[in-house]
Design a protein around this ligand. Structure first.
Ligand code: GCU
Length: 735
């Protein structure tokens, strides 16, 4: 039998030490794992969280074991690069902050032992991620275990694998599954016994590998959220070592025109993304945190999850298996390609696939995220993706590869032809452009490439639940605008079942220490739920109303919008019920039948209690008519440029930055101004401008955007925006 001992307790954390010798003295803060040193400074803004090498020290006595037993240390997550020293000797180095790795320590064990681990999350040019919109927490932020196994045991060292691999192949017509189980053994043994579904098969070992094939008649399918049935496969040897894993029997394919199919039936993949961090603890999550997130995911009714932007904890993939979520797993090959990072992308991908092969929830491996945002599509980048794509298919012939592409990537880019399927991250209606451009983008893409599978891997709008508006607008960071934004996108994705999967960015607010906007420091607030999981924003209930078919509910929006200046206020209800009655101050006001979104126009003159009723479901809010806008509802740092050029200040007969780029450029004089400005901008921003010049698709898209959108997106300062507008206002539009 193998004995797994938790090594989470009794560590010393030393933030600074010159070397292992100094660290080994063990003077430091007593801590237990999981731990990150960026739990606070990684979430408070300023882009100043500690990035460097810190040290962990643990002293332990020689473990009880048979003379011939072997001992391994297992690290489930050390971010980002770890070096392991035992009794003064460096025994391992691991580059990659999100995967499990192990090291054998048998021969180095003494009666009393000193384990020293250095962990480094500093800037470098070889280990991903280096450039991205989330905090790169440092630390031993997942479990550390001591594993004692018999001399001959199932594989532990290769890529942190489980030592057992299960490949179910489903035949839907015959209602059966052929399940191939493989195991790898370290040491001297002749045979392995496999067990699946109460059937046992003995298999001989050849070159350390054993394999058996089981047939499950009347197979109980793993059928998504409705029936995530799991089997267990075991492998054991006469000496008692045993490994086991759960697996699910499912079959899927994606039709470019009809979308995702699971077990032969259409199965809409509509869901969310998740980062692995919580308020106050950083990424040092316990199983309780993971369970909390899964509870919320089940409440919203998602069928798919994009676990961005790296390998998540085994506990969470397990929860996805148990709850039937279809998962997009990925490595942190993100934003900017590093010419010295290729090996790291390959090692992180090999670990991701090898360690997670048995999870039925995972259906694709993400090669990269927005990697062309700050890098040209050159041979090195393309080759890196080809190698990753081939590696995935070599390690796993059963799953698809995918990519999340940035909105600027030209849709005829050769990189899109590398993965099996693709998705795009679009933020029209938030960072730039208008909401309708999301629809236009996908419709154009789908028309141009009807045989390509395409999905929507990211979309979202930041919202601070404190901010409210009667007339929400892009960039105001209000809960109100986020709801309006998602209402548009929801109806867009509901009309396009050929989008193979859609993932809201993000289900939870998460830490990005470099951010300082929307009234919060260090947070990306695109979440439908706050980073402490305590507040579900109105948009959360929009998706719950559309997706959760199990739990009848009614949600009144605007609970936090109490003080209202308007005489007639819009009262919006999200519900998965079809008939909603609104009661105002105890009197029935109006009943509507419909779907998901219900809007009532209610005259207000004082304080009112408003209740929405759907059968046995109710929800209430209180609103107050006030004369002055409640300033607490307004994000005061909002860039003045968004309300500078109100129409009545502009000469409508002349051009302005409120006009669309294409209209302006159609005028020779005004177009010359823009070209000069773009040329100057290009020299400031290096090759990105080439990406525009050589990118007709991007030019077309930009043409549809107002100049003010583009200038804000490019980060132009207020003065230069005013200057451009003054010049344009001097140019008459031709009739
Ligand atoms: C990008 C990126 C995310 C980021 C998001 C945002 O699409 O993939 O990591 O958080 O944009 O700007 O919110």
């Amino acid at each position: 039998m193998r004995n797994i001992v938790s090594f989470n307790d009794n560590w010393k954390f030393i933030k600074n030490a010159a070397d292992e010798v100094e660290a080994a003295k063990g003077e430091g803060e007593s801590i237990a794992l999981p731990h990150t040193w960026n739990a606070v400074d990684g979430q408070d803004g300023g882009n100043d969280y500690h990035r460097g090498t810190c040290w962990y020290v643990k002293k332990f006595a020689k473990p009880e074991k048979n003379e011939t037993d072997k001992a391994y240390l297992e690290f489930c997550g050390a971010a980002m690069t770890a070096e392991i020293y035992l009794n003064g000797e460096k025994i391992s180095r691991h580059e990659g902050g999100y995967s499990t790795f192990r090291v054998e320590i048998t021969e180095r064990l003494e009666e009393e032992n000193t384990l020293v681990v250095s962990v480094d999350n500093s800037n470098n040019t070889t280990v991903y991620p280096q450039t991205a919109d989330f905090t790169f927490y440092g630390g031993l932020y997942r479990d550390v275990n001591l594993i004692i196994v018999p001399e001959t045991h199932f594989e532990l060292a290769y890529c942190g694998s489980q030592g057992i691999k299960v490949t179910p192949v489903v035949n839907l017509e015959e209602k059966k599954a052929v399940v191939t189980v493989e195991a790898w053994v370290c040491g001297d043994a002749d045979m392995v016994t496999f067990e699946v579904n109460q059937e046992k098969i003995n298999a001989s070992l050849e070159d350390g590998r054993a394999k058996a094939e089981f047939v499950i008649e009347n197979v109980h399918l793993w059928d998504g959220v409705d029936d995530p049935y799991l089997y267990t496969a075991k492998a054991f040897m006469e000496n008692g070592d045993i490994v086991s894993t759960r697996f699910g029997c499912r079959k899927y394919y994606i039709d470019p025109q009809k979308g995702f199919f699971l077990n032969g039936h259409p199965y809409l993949l509509r869901g969310v993304s998740r980062h692995q961090d919580f308020k106050g603890v950083g990424n040092a999550l316990t199983i309780e945190h993971h369970k909390k997130d899964m509870e919320i995911i089940k409440e919203i009714g998602a069928t798919t999850l994009r676990l961005a932007h790296y390998q998540h904890a085994q506990e969470f993939y397990d929860l996805c298996d148990e709850n039937g979520l279809i998962v997009w797993a990925e490595i942190p090959y993100i934003t900017m390609h590093m010419k010295n990072g290729r090996a790291n992308t390959l090692s992180q991908m090999e670990e991701l696939v090898v360690q997670n092969y048995n999870h039925p929830s995972i259906i694709c491996w993400g090669l990269s995220n927005e990697i062309t945002a700050a890098s040209a599509v050159d041979d090195d980048l393309l080759e890196n993706h080809r190698l990753l794509n081939n590696l995935c298919h070599r390690l796993d012939s059963t799953r698809l590869t995918t990519m999340a592409n940035v909105f600027m990537l030209e849709t005829d880019s050769p990189i899109l032809e590398i993965p099996d399927i693709n998705s795009y991250n679009l933020y029209f209606g938030w960072y730039l452009g208008e909401l309708e451009q999301n629809d236009e983008f996908f419709d154009e893409y789908h028309e141009k490439y009807p045989d390509r599978v395409i999905g929507f891997s990211e979309y979202g709008a930041d919202a601070n639940p404190q901010y409210q508006a009667a007339v929400p607008e892009k960039g105001d960071y209000t809960e109100s605008y986020q709801a309006v934004y998602h209402e548009h996108i929801l109806q867009m994705i509901e009309k396009r079942p050929w989008l193979w999967a859609t993932h809201v960015w993000n289900l939870f607010d998460f830490a990005a220490d470099g951010r300082d906007e929307g009234g919060k420091h260090g947070e990306n607030q695109k979440g439908l739920v706050t980073i402490d999981r305590k507040t579900k924003k109105d948009a959360f209930y929009l998706y719950k109303a559309a997706w959760n078919k199990k739990e009848p509910f009614v949600h009144l929006c605007g609970k936090r919008y109490v003080d209202r200046t308007e005489d007639v206020t819009e009262v919006k209800v999200y519900s998965n019920q079809s008939k909603i009655t609104l009661v105002v101050d105890g009197k029935e006001f109006e009943t509507q039948t419909g779907k998901t979104i219900f809007k009532f126009n209610v005259p207000i003159s004082g304080e009112h209690k408003i209740t929405a009723i759907a059968d046995s479901c109710t929800d209430s809010i209180t609103v107050k008519k006030v004369e002055e806008e409640n300033q607490d509802y307004i994000f005061i740092k909002r860039s003045p440029v968004t309300n500078w050029f109100d129409a009545d200040e502009l000469d409508p007969e002349c051009f302005s930055i409120n006009d669309k780029l294409a209209e302006i450029k159609a005028n020779p004089k005004a177009g010359a101004i823009i070209d000069e400005m773009m040329a100057k901008g290009a020299s400031d921003r290096g090759d990105v401008a080439d990406a525009v010049k050589d990118n007709p698709g991007l030019q077309r898209m930009m043409g549809r955007m107002t100049l003010i959108s583009l200038l804000k997106q490019s980060g132009a300062d207020d003065e230069s925006i005013k200057q451009v507008n003054r010049i344009l206002q001097g140019i008459k539009k031709e009739n």
